[in-house]
Design a protein around this ligand. Sequence first.
Ligand code: ADE
Ligand code: ZN
Length: 335
Amino acid sequence: MNLPEDLPKAELHLHIEGTLEPELAFALAARNGVHLPFADTDELRRAYRFEDLQSFLDLYYALMAVLRTADDFTELADAYLARAAAQGVRHAEIFFDPQAHTSRGVPFGTVVEGLARALEGSEERHGVTTRLIMCFLRDESAESAMATLEEAKPYLRHITGVGLDSAEVGHPPAKFREVYEAAAALGLRRVAHAGEEGPPSYIRDALDLLGVERIDHGLRAMEDPGLVERLVRDRVPLTLCPLSNVRLRAVDVLEDHPLKAMMDAGLLVTVNSDDPAYFGGYVGETFHAVREALALTEEDLRRLARNSFEAAFLDQEDEALRARYLAEVEAYTFD
Ligand code: ADE
Ligand code: ZN
């Protein structure tokens, strides 16, 4: 029997820095002469016990110290794309956090050129089409976000959209209104993390003030029936990350995850891995885990895969590609 892992799918919520496996972290540390405060990969893995989003972010940003050259970013992204391809991913929309690198003295161009090299070879090497989305860190200032958008201008051919991530609570969307307006004027697509730990009002504000087309997470939408109605009516995609929600304690156990309830409510949800090196699974393993925990049917899994291609930033020129991917989903057999 086929495993649901190899169901054709798009991954729409994936932080490339969150794919840094301990083995690669130590290899890059050695190559770049960076000291890591862990004896070995086992000790590092033992640190992957998180209380909440912030406790994860502290380690996530600390480990980025090993990423220094364009080659490092190419190697990181290529390793992710190879793993994703092996788990049925046909299309990946990949986040990166430029400010987390420029603040350490790694130039914006080094990061983008390194990532772009891997992404440009991806269709041929791995059979995965890609998009790149740059995220602003919401716990940094609006001025820093605007300066980052300015730095991106020479590289816009590589960048499809902007997102908003990092510590959510206390950093509502309103602060980033101007930079999202400027991004839209440059023709960039817009998404934002909202309702991961923050309240449903952050989801409304991301839609109303930032004009986003998709919400990343959106887990807490379910607390606000009026908001659910709006998201259903407008078919706003929510890129859920169930294993992340368990590891960062947004839900206690996977069996309590609202994914199925959200599908039943008519929401256009997708299943994604967020930061798979840290949260115990890439997207194929995530599909497998939610199938088991929530007793999803084959039709539920097929619908999640279909949703992922419907929500993908494949514009008019790419409609044939979307149609091909959707046909692959329909043709997939589970046994
Ligand atoms: N950066 C990387 N992963 C994140 C997450 N789950 N939420 C917010 N910011 C992030
Ligand atoms: Zn995320």
